[in-house]
Design a binder for this molecule. Structure first.
Ligand SMILES: [Zn+2]
Ligand SMILES: [Zn+2]
Length: 180
């Protein structure tokens, strides 16, 4: 399926351990190598001045333009993301595409007692959005990383890995991908 890239594109910093936590988690979920992309560029033109939030769709377009030219890229940010019909999103991905994005902004609400809780949530949402980029849609099993999360309670309740059904779908999708 090509490599997976994780790229921190936030305004602030993220701990190296957090990136490593997410990276290992993603590798385990998809059974392919994941690496950190250390590009210094940061998204331009994604802020909606009126909403004071960033348009996740524009973020995806930016990632495709500026990110690694091969494989799939997950942008990880600390700015608040939205799509027009929702007040916020934890992340977004191009279904069966090359780019995905997740944000820590809503994963640390209302008060975060332990950074590790944030890392765990971030890892789950990273798997979820990359799963979409790899062609998976939402899963009805509440424990699966591909189940839909409307709020933090859903994120905390679900697991960070794919259920057996999603695993099978993913394997089938990979069999259809041209091997290069
Ligand atoms: Zn989803
Ligand atoms: Zn599933």
């Amino acid at each position: 399926m090509g490599g997976l890239w994780l790229w921190w594109i936030g305004e602030g910093q993220i701990e190296r351990e957090a990136m490593e936590h997410v990276r290992l988690h993603v590798e385990r979920a998809f059974r392919v190598p994941a690496a950190v992309w250390a590009g210094q560029a940061r998204p331009q033109g994604t802020l909606d001045v009126r909403r004071k939030q960033h348009a996740s769709g524009r973020m995806l377009e930016w990632l495709l333009r500026e990110g690694p030219g091969e494989g799939r890229v997950l942008g990880m940010t600390d700015v608040d993301l939205f799509i027009p019909i929702l007040t916020f999103v934890f992340g977004e991905a191009q279904l069966n595409g090359r780019a995905a994005v997740v944000s820590t902004a809503r994963l640390s609400e209302p008060v975060l007692v332990d950074r590790r809780v944030l890392w765990e949530r971030l890892a789950k949402e990273a798997v979820h959005e990359l799963g979409h980029a790899l062609g998976l849609t939402h899963c009805s099993r509440p424990e699966c990383a591909m189940s839909r999360s409307a709020g933090l309670r859903d994120v905390d309740r679900k697991g960070g890995q794919l259920c057996a059904d999603c695993r099978t779908l993913l394997d089938q999708a990979q069999d259809r991908e041209p091997r290069t």
